[in-house]
Design a protein around this ligand. Structure first.
Ligand code: ZN
Ligand code: ZN
Length: 298
């Protein structure tokens, strides 16, 4: 299968990104001494080391196999052509937006996505800092769903490779490259957009879900450029111990379990799993949307 033959290229590209990330880390900690090795890098690096075999290799194969599965069930199969790449990119990016939106808006999925957002700094190693269980559902959205929509498997895999490569680059440290990216900022997700995505400032929360183009964030109203007067505060709103692997990986799960246990009735227990983080059965919500409303009211 052509699609599977592309995967080693992706693996090498991601390995190069990993090596760059480690080089960036060594530069910032040991040579220029701009950040703390233990606080800023060891935790995401430790997660990356634990999760990378799954998150960098298996999902690429997984996305390929998921795409093949979706292709076999697709009611339509679109023909190869130059414009199929544009249509394929739009469809892939739509499903990327959907899965990332759900990861922020459904608390059960946020439990899997929050480790990526937990660090209170950003660097390339944060790009590899994921939850073990986040891997399989991404392959479903990025492989299976575009294929069901008729996008050829080879195009899905090629876009997925570019996405993995560009998605890693988005996490480059602002201490290495702090600038805006000129005309690219009109149509591409750049590190400055993704720094906004990693912010806990109410104005910035739950924005810039895509990792390549700006189209679906623009279309869905979730596009938020970096504002010079609003510096990014990295991290998540709960008080997380970023040096604790257990708190980063399992802390949100523990809090969700506590809320489920305390919630009255089956309906409220289910809502805690399915509603956005910060939803409360008491009506005293602290969701991103309520924080944005409070900001607007001010
Ligand atoms: Zn996110
Ligand atoms: Zn990120």
């Amino acid at each position: 299968m052509e699609s599977i033959e592309i995967s080693p290229i992706a693996a090498y590209a991601l390995l190069a990104m990993m090596l760059y990330g480690i080089g960036e880390m060594l530069w910032l900690t040991l040579i220029s001494r701009q950040v703390s090795f233990r606080h800023d890098f060891w935790q995401p690096l430790r997660n990356a080391i634990a999760v990378t075999p799954l998150s960098s290799l298996i999902p690429l194969f997984g996305t390929g196999f998921m795409a093949l599965a979706g292709h076999s069930l697709a009611p339509i199969s679109l023909e190869h052509s130059w414009y199929m790449w544009i249509i394929g990119l739009l469809i892939y990016e739509f499903w990327y937006w959907v899965q990332h939106f759900l990861a922020h808006k459904v608390r059960l999925l946020w439990c899997l996505h929050s480790p990526h957002h937990a660090p209170d700094n950003i660097s390339m190693v944060v790009g590899y800092n994921h939850h073990l269980l986040e891997v399989p559902y991404m392959a479903f959205f990025l492989g299976f769903m575009p294929a069901v929509c008729g996008v050829p498997v080879e195009i899905i895999i090629a876009i997925n490779v570019i996405d993995a490569f560009w998605g890693s680059l988005l996490h480059i440290s602002p201490r290495v490259v702090s600038k805006r990216y000129g005309p690219l900022e009109h149509f591409l997700q750049t590190p400055s957009y993704h720094r906004v995505h990693h912010a806990k400032n109410p104005m910035y929360m739950d924005t810039n879900y895509n990792s390549m183009t700006l189209f679906w964030d623009w279309a869905m109203g979730t596009l938020q450029p970096l504002r010079d007067e609003e510096p990014v505060q990295y991290g998540i709103t709960r008080d997380v111990d970023v040096e604790s692997w257990r708190d980063v990986q399992l802390g949100e799960m523990a809090l969700l379990w506590r809320d489920i246990q305390q919630a009255p009735g089956l309906g409220n227990k289910l809502r805690y799993m399915l509603m956005p983080p910060g939803w409360s059965h008491t009506g005293n919500h602290n969701m991103a949307s309520t924080q944005k409303q409070a900001l607007t009211a001010q």
